[in-house]
Design a protein around this ligand. Sequence first.
Ligand SMILES: [Zn+2]
Length: 150
Amino acid sequence: MDAFMKRAVELSAQNVNEGGQPFGAVLVKDGKVLAEGVNELHLHFDSSGHAEMLAIREAQEKLQTLDLSEAVMYASGEPCPMCYTMMYYAGIREGYYCASVEETAEAGLGASTVLYDDFTKPREERTVVLKQMKLEANQTDPMELFQNRK
Ligand SMILES: [Zn+2]
């Protein structure tokens, strides 16, 4: 384990000692720490307050860019689908984790295993029920608007 992962695990343990969940993240670019985060669900009413999300938000704000393609994520726990998706959108293509989602589930935090499994199912069998409502004939199509923008 390298120093960045050691830091992520240390943040994670510290967060548990402060009443939070066992997740810490360190975002690194060019061998330097860009941002750190811990799971803040115990502090704010914000379900997106995951360690990786907060580290990415801080780094994007700090660098004033959406592009973190040169950054590497070190997460004490394998990123959940939300954080994985955030990493994708931010251009992050390399990451390391300590505890797997299976090990995290054994500790009583099993949402990631449910969600990763959900994405392998057809839409109608997933946990969150999403139904399409098509545009009506007189409505502006935002997709078409975007596609034809100048
Ligand atoms: Zn997450």
